[in-house]
Ligand binder design. Structure first.
Ligand code: HEC
Length: 143
């Protein structure tokens, strides 16, 4: 009798031990697998990043004239649509702008600015990062 009781208790404690270990293991698994720290991986979205860069460059190099009351025309959807494709808009802008220093920016900077202008006007397709390969296939429609 005594021997059996001890045996049962041992089984009981053993089982409990396994459960506790399993719970700890599960927790450790979760803890190790959960990203933490002050620099979580930013989701990579090249299109959003291009538009964000373009916005900054536009503020720096273009907005001084292309704002209400500035010497440059307002860059509306209708104005941009005159260029018919993103490629042609890029060619104009990269050769003629900024008006007081034409062609003075990096090529990539012009792509970023054009991407920003198109996105602002709802003319940049959802899956397009603008560049020499993609721009000829981006039509600029009035509406
Ligand atoms: C110093 C003032 C100035 C700056 C800076 C400037 N622009 Fe212009 N922009 C003008 C003027 C003036 C025109 C009209 C030019 C013309 O009619 O020949 C113009 C025309 C344009 C046009 C053509 C509009 C149309 O009616 O077809 C686009 C597009 C444009 N600018 C984009 C830009 C971009 C992008 C930048 C920044 C890289 C920029 N501009 C910087 C003054 C400026």
């Amino acid at each position: 009798m005594v021997g059996r009781g001890r045996h049962r208790r041992a089984v009981w404690i053993g089982g409990l031990g396994v459960l506790v270990l399993a719970a700890l293991g599960g927790w450790a698994w979760w803890w190790l697998g959960t990203p933490r720290g002050e620099a979580p991986q930013a989701p990579q979205d090249p299109r959003a990043e291009q538009i964000a860069r373009g916005s900054l460059y536009f503020q720096q190099s273009c907005v001084s004239c292309h704002t209400q009351g500035g010497i440059g025309p307002e860059l509306t959807r209708g104005v941009l649509a005159n260029y018919r494709t993103a490629d042609r808009l890029f060619r104009y802008v990269s050769r003629a702008m900024p008006y007081d220093a034409p062609g003075s920016l990096e090529e990539q900077t012009y792509w970023d600015i054009v991407a920003f202008l198109l996105a602002e006007n709802g003319m940049l397709p959802d899956d397009v990062v603008l560049g020499p390969e993609t721009a000829p296939d981006v039509p600029l429609r009035r509406r």
